[in-house]
Design a protein around this ligand. Structure first.
Ligand code: SAM
Length: 279
C-alpha cells in the first residue's frame, strides 16, 4: 500500500491517542487508505469543493479527501478523543481542514462558511450506524430546495443502502425509498466487507451516492411522511385498509389509485398524488 501522505499509519494514530473503538458511537474505523481513497474519489471533482465529513474519527477518510485535492474539509465529530488526531491532519494540510466537535444531529449545515458564489457542499461520510438514517432524512427533508448540498457520498449498512435505492415492487421499498426517491437520485456504488473495518461490524456495508433532483414533484414533506408511514405501517394490507384513517377509498379514488393495491406497488408519483389529496 503506498502512503497518501507522510502522516503516521492510522493504526499508530489509534494507539497514540488511545482511540479504543466505542460501540455506542458506531466506531468502526477504516484504516486502509486505499479504500478511503476510493471512497473520496467518488466525490470528485474536489478542487473547488467544500466537503463536510460527519464522524471523521481518527481521520482516514479526511486524509483521503485532502490528498484527493479537496479545497476545504469541515469535519463534525462527537468524540473529543479524536480531536488531537484530527489536529495533526489539519497541521499537515494548513488552512484546509476545519474541526468542529459537535453532535452531527444538532449541526446546522447552513453554518458552514463558504466563499461567495461557491458551489454547494459535498457531504462525504462513513456514517455512524446509529444515527445514519436520521442524518440522511434530515438532509433530504430540508425545507430549502435545491438543498445546501450537491452530493452525498455515504457509507451505510448494506441493508439500509438497499432500502434507500429500492424501487416499487421490491420488498425493500418503503418510507425511506419513497422519501429518497422523491427528492433525489440514489445509487449504490460498491460494497465494503466487514473485515475492512476495525473492529469489523456484523454486516456488509455499501457506499451510496445521492444527488438532489432539480425539480421534485411538488408535495408537502409532512403529508408524504404521513401517507407513507400509514401505507407501509401495514404493508401487507390493501391500501383501502391501511389508509382508512386518512380517507381510505375516497382518498385513493380521488388520486386515481385502485383501493385494492398494496403500498409496495405504488410509484413515488402515486404517493405524491395521495399526499397532495390529504386534507
Ligand atoms: N470516518 C471514520 C472512518 O471512516 O474510519 C470513522 C467512521 S465511524 C463508522 C463513525 C464516526 O462517527 C466515529 O468517529 C464516531 O465517533 C462519530 N460519531 C458517532 N456519532 C456521532 C454524532 N452523533 N455526531 C458526530 N459524530 C458522531
Amino acid at each position: 500500500m503506498s502512503p497518501i501522505d507522510s502522516l503516521p499509519p492510522l493504526r499508530a494514530v489509534l494507539a497514540e491517542h488511545g482511540l479504543d473503538p466505542k460501540r455506542s458511537l458506531g466506531q468502526n474505523f477504516l484504516l486502509d487508505l486505499n479504500l478511503t481513497g476510493r471512497i473520496a474519489r467518488q466525490a470528485l471533482p474536489l478542487d473547488d469543493a467544500t466537503v463536510v465529513e460527519i464522524g471523521p474519527g481518527p481521520g482516514g477518510l479526511t486524509r483521503a479527501l485532502l490528498a484527493e485535492g479537496a479545497a476545504r474539509v469541515v469535519v463534525v465529530e462527537k468524540d473529543s478523543r479524536c480531536i488531537p488526531a484530527l489536529e495533526a491532519v489539519a497541521a499537515h494540510y494548513p488552512g484546509r481542514l476545519e474541526i468542529i466537535r459537535a453532535d452531527a444531529l444538532e449541526f446546522d449545515l447552513a453554518t458552514v462558511q463558504r466563499p461567495e458564489g461557491a458551489e454547494a457542499l459535498k457531504i462525504v461520510a462513513n456514517l455512524p450506524y446509529n444515527v445514519g438514517t436520521q442524518l440522511l432524512l434530515d438532509w433530504i427533508a430540508t425545507p430549502q430546495w435545491p438543498p445546501l448540498w450537491s452530493s452525498l457520498t455515504l457509507m451505510f449498512q448494506r441493508e439500509v443502502a438497499v432500502r434507500i435505492v429500492a424501487a416499487p415492487g421490491s420488498k425493500h421499498y418503503g418510507r425511506l425509498g419513497v422519501l429518497a426517491g422523491w427528492r433525489t437520485e440514489a445509487r449504490i456504488l460498491f460494497d465494503v466487507p466487514p473485515e475492512a473495518f476495525t473492529p469489523p461490524p456484523k454486516v456488509t456495508s455499501s457506499v451510496i451516492q445521492i444527488r438532489p433532483r432539480a425539480v421534485p414533484e411538488p408535495a408537502s414533506l409532512a403529508k408524504l411522511e404521513t401517507v407513507t408511514a400509514a401505507a407501509f405501517g401495514q404493508r401487507r394490507k390493501m391500501l383501502r385498509q391501511s389508509l382508512k384513517s386518512l380517507g381510505g377509498e375516497t382518498l385513493l379514488l380521488a388520486a386515481d389509485i385502485d383501493p385494492q393495491r398494496r403500498a409496495e406497488t405504488l410509484t413515488i408519483r402515486e404517493f405524491v398524488r395521495l399526499a397532495n389529496g390529504l386534507q
